[in-house]
Design a binder for this molecule. Sequence first.
Ligand code: 0X9
Ligand code: ZN
Length: 417
Amino acid sequence: MSSWVPYLQLGLLAVTFCLVHAGYKSFEGYKVYRLGIKEDQKDILGTFSGRRGFDVWAKKRIPEPQWDVMVSPALQDELVPFLDKNNISHDVIFPDVGQLMKAEKESHQTVTARSGSDLFKNYLDFDSIVKYLNSLAKKYKDLVTVDKIGQTTEGRDLKIIKISGGGGGKNPIILVDAGIHAREWVAPAMALYIINQLVENSTNKELSEKVDWHIIPVLNPDGYQYSRSHDRMWRKTRSKVPNSKCRGVDPNRNFDIKWGAIGVSKHPCSEIYLGPTAFSEPETVALRDYALHNKDRVKFYLTIHSYAGAFIYPWGYTKESASDAAEMKKLAEAASAANVAAGGSRLEAGNCHEILDDIASGGSDDWMKATLNLTYAYTLEMPGTDFTMPKEKIAKLVVPIFEAIRVFGQHVAKQYG
Ligand code: 0X9
Ligand code: ZN
């Protein structure tokens, strides 16, 4: 056998390996720490926020103030002694994010939904989601319309599904979006289940008789697809940022409500980069214009995220609650109770500071409430332990939460219908 054959074999092996793993960020050696943060320690840790390799996955105030932070191998050696020196408690909750990603990737195959029940067995890619919406429009012509509200940076259509069982275009609108943050995959799954139940389950017919539901199941499809193909932890849009090698803007820091005031980063490489200007992103512009266009009819706004397990209401840019917070809290508690009664885990209800122990300006919830003068604007943070919720658990989560959504629908019908 000639001596170059083993090299050729090795080369082929390397090419195969590269093709299989081409461009998919491995996250090998990345760890997730759960930090116990006291009020006076937040500023100290501020020096790390916005740095490359320091990615806050979630903050929670209840039961104890805590931050879940993914840290790159390079930063771990710097961070751990820093935490010890400043008496900040830290537990490793995921010792190797690479393993987490691998396990998830193996279990998620791209699927095309053929029927309603396929929907919740996996996380659908954006094309399959659009196909499902179009199939509903074709099958339920009197109930469903599918439209586009704009186009993303990469040229994808931003799809909206409108579900209306009456009212001749005059009913109050419940406006729902999901997937503004790319990696929060269970959020579009929740939106799809809401759509499925409103359209395909005839026992829910009355929910769309006095109320129209306008739902954008994936508000950031460029990011969503990128998180499926390249970087599972991608959060932002995929726009080019002037004078930076990093891409993307956090769309939930990009709305023109106290834009840039707090809880944002001006660094384009940060996960919470606010963008070069307010409404710099085609995705936030599309939602803004759609809402303004329907200003008189939109009475309720819900934006779906993960994974703090709560209903959050404005304001998000200050520790203060909106003046009508009592109404928002009461309704959210009723919705939460319905979820629990159906077997779901408790969803807390409170303002951003109360729930997340954190505030941030430029969010869609605050903008909607202030601009459309709404009483009800909520962020639903789906429950979970991280972004890689096993696909087998989707149904167990979304089915009871639909009962919370039902409470919202019934309330809007009663109050505005
Ligand atoms: O920080 C956010 O954008 C949301 N949490 S997440 O972990 N999904 O990123 C919370 C948004 C709460 N609302 C405002 N801050 N306006
Ligand atoms: Zn989010």
